[in-house]
Design a protein around this ligand. Sequence first.
Ligand code: FES
Length: 102
Amino acid sequence: MTDWANILEPYEKLLQVRILGKSFRVPEHNLFLRCFQFLEPERVPHGDFCWNAECRNCACTLSRGGVARPVLACQTAAEEGDELTALSPQVQQVLAGVLKGR
Ligand code: FES
């Protein structure tokens, strides 16, 4: 069983975000990569991620407030209304199940 209290930053509510056009609810105050783990707790920990801004395997394109920019999911906290419009192959791989199922 996942010990969320030791994995996620403390949060009180879930944010609405979109990933490749699909809606998800993820915990506030948390990095996107942690949010991906929240969505796919079995797959993300086994993904090819350094969690430390070195491998760039978590690169995504974030659209926030109408402005799109490249970000690293391990360095960028999710905010309400964020949209990820492009994902690295490694992120696509670990999120394939939830992206397909919606
Ligand atoms: S996980 Fe390696 S740069 Fe983000």
